[in-house]
Design a protein around this ligand. Structure first.
Ligand code: ZN
Length: 135
């Protein structure tokens, strides 16, 4: 089973992006800094999915480099999968190019890995799995 967990959007200013989505009538939740990725992010729930607003906290951040090269915009599409470890193993066997070989732990304990755009038809693809329940 797959769902679109979120769409990641690279923005120069999280505050400005928040204001737009709030004017649109959506609520912006869960603002936090993820040190490991050098980003500050906030989530905009939309139906059963979300928009993830990403602002760089360092010029070295992947988000800063993305904006310098391509400007603000859609950065990645995130699909939620049931068994991320098995999915990643399957992709590795098929020769899929991953951004990093290891599954990382992100905000709220969710697990994620990025698949390189050269393997996906030009879209940076995040695969994620919810943290185990009841722990
Ligand atoms: Zn994401």
């Amino acid at each position: 089973m797959f769902d679109i967990d979120h769409l990641g959007v690279a923005v120069k200013s999280l505050a400005a992006a928040r204001t737009f989505y709030e004017h649109l009538g959506l609520s912006v939740v869960g603002e936090e800094t993820v040190e490991g990725e050098q980003v500050r992010l906030a989530m905009v729930p939309v139906g059963e999915s979300r928009i993830e607003l990403l602002e760089a906290t360092s010029p070295e951040s992947a988000i800063a480099r993305f904006i310098a090269k391509r400007g603000e915009g859609l950065h990645h599409v995130a699909l939620r999968v049931n068994d991320l470890a098995a999915t990643v193993e399957r992709l590795k066997k098929s020769g899929t190019r991953l951004i990093s070989e290891d599954i990382k732990v992100g905000a709220g304990g969710h697990l994620y890995v990025f698949v390189h755009p050269s393997s996906t038809g030009g879209v940076l693809l995040e695969l994620c799995e919810d943290p185990p329940q009841g722990v």
